[in-house]
Write a protein of this length. Structure first.
Length: 110
């Protein structure tokens, strides 16, 4: 078995900041618990201020990578295309659809 076909984890303890501006904890200092090297991307497990641990892509902690991201004036993908993609992906992942939030009712759908 080689590392190219199987996930690898490495434990570490260091501090970082979430630089991705659309992350709900943007700008917060976090502790990196371990690195996860997956098939498609490197991720890190971080500990938030309230001791909750979550996995995020490594690039979200990279100030240079995040500085290069620009917001578009108009969306490139329609909401209906995103819904179609979700309908295609959800059955393959075995994930349950989250409960609808009150602010996501029919009047807010496009």
């Amino acid at each position: 078995m080689n590392g190219a076909t199987h996930p690898h984890t490495a434990h570490e303890s260091s501090a970082a900041t979430i630089h991705y501006r659309h992350h709900p904890f943007h700008g917060e200092s976090v502790a990196i618990v371990r690195r996860l090297r997956r098939y498609t991307a490197d991720c890190v497990v971080i500990t938030l201020a309230d001791d909750v641990q979550v996995a995020v892509p490594t690039w979200m902690l990279d100030p240079l990578a995040c500085a290069q991201l620009v917001d578009e004036a108009r969306p490139r993908i329609s909401v209906s295309a995103l819904r179609d993609l979700r309908a295609l992906v959800e059955p393959a992942t075995g994930r349950c659809r989250p409960r609808e939030q009150p602010w996501q009712g029919p009047s807010h759908r496009r």
